[in-house]
Ligand binder design. Structure first.
Ligand SMILES: [Zn+2]
Length: 258
């Protein structure tokens, strides 16, 4: 069984054929999917999907790109969902994204720190988005993240950063970008991280791996990530599959048979 630990199943890209996408995922052996939110509305949508489909779980939270659009009551609503909905297994995706100039870095940091507080209060793992913001992400985790556990999704850090994060208790998600022929650093890091901290994900509908690059991504394609990691590490794909699934169940506290 495969576990796609990061797929935006509520995205409008699936509005026309969501049941078919989920059926293909099932047929491809994807037994678990974690659907991460980016704001209050998508948090509600993730919870809704997780309520209706076996094997789908939700993360609720505010993505750094949405940090400037938070309305009064949004954070309280997210807290309530995380407290009351059994399908919510993490706070995410939250973090910092310095690829674009907006929203202001201070706004992003403020919301990130607030989301870390929520994860700690509720004793939930955190699903971190860190794009071109390694320095500040680490500084905030060192300062506010004591006792926190979780995942760096679409991990792009160095081996040095990895060592510190392993000590802090984090796991590392790899997407279809690791399959791209020119992703040298991601391939290097994915081949060196301890197997028991490795996760696979699609970040659907984005980051589609070859051979479907350029088209819409979907959870069924997470097997291309598993195959590439197996190739990089000289392992059987069955072993990569079962180990990454076990890791995902472990970090998100999901029972094996549901
Ligand atoms: Zn995402």
């Amino acid at each position: 069984m495969l576990f796609d630990t990061h797929c935006h199943l509520y995205d409008a890209a699936y509005d026309a054929d969501r049941p078919a996408v989920l059926e293909r995922a099932c047929a491809a052996g994807i037994g678990r999917m974690l659907c991460p939110a980016t704001d209050r509305q998508s948090s509600e949508a993730c919870v809704e999907l997780a309520r209706h489909y076996d094997g789908i779980y939700a993360a609720v939270g505010i993505h750094p790109q949405e940090a400037g659009r938070v309305q009064p009551g949004d954070i309280e609503a997210i807290r309530r969902m995380a407290e009351q909905e059994p399908a919510v297994v993490a706070i995410g995706e939250v973090g910092l994204d310095y690829h674009y100039d907006t929203p202001a870095r201070d706004t992003q940091k403020e919301i990130f720190i607030e989301m870390i507080g929520l994860a700690r209060d509720l004793d939930l793992p955190i699903d971190i988005h860190d794009r071109e913001a390694h320095g500040d992400t680490m500084e905030i985790l060192r300062r506010y993240g004591k006792g926190l556990r979780g995942v760096f999704h679409c991990y792009s850090g160095s081996l040095e950063m990895t060592t510190e994060l392993i000590r802090m208790g984090f796991y590392f998600g790899f997407t279809g970008t690791v399959v791209f022929p020119n992703s040298k650093r991601a391939k290097q890091v994915a081949s060196r991280i301890p197997m028991e901290r490795l996760l696979i994900e699609t970040d659907s509908p984005y980051l589609t791996p070859p051979p479907y690059r350029g088209r819409r991504n979907e959870p069924a394609y997470v097997r291309y990530v598993a195959e590439e990691i197996a190739r990089l590490r000289g392992l059987d794909v069955e072993y990569v599959t079962s180990q990454t699934t076990a890791n995902g169940l472990q970090v998100f506290g999901i029972a094996e048979d549901v």
